[in-house]
Design a protein around this ligand. Sequence first.
Ligand code: FES
Length: 105
Amino acid sequence: MLVRFIDPEGREHVVEGEVGESAMRCATRALIPGVIGECGGAMACATCHCYAAPPAGATLPEPAPQERDMIDGCIDTRPTSRLTCQVVLEPALAGITFTVPASQV
Ligand code: FES
């Protein structure tokens, strides 16, 4: 399945994502600028923060309380902010677009 990332410079990257992996793993495997995934997906760093664009992004389940708390501690948050380590890729999300916050260079 294809996943689209817009990096902090506005460049588009289309990456082949694996069903069952997190969007953070997909991004770090593809070396998307600004997505670090420093804690490995333990919801302890927020270096995987991205905006999940609708329409596909709007179908994601609501963030769990711990994810919400971490997002609240990020800068440049938006209603579409997500920790990509908590987004598991599934076929229904094919074509989803994640934008890396400009401040996350
Ligand atoms: Fe650390 Fe997502 S990788 S919070």
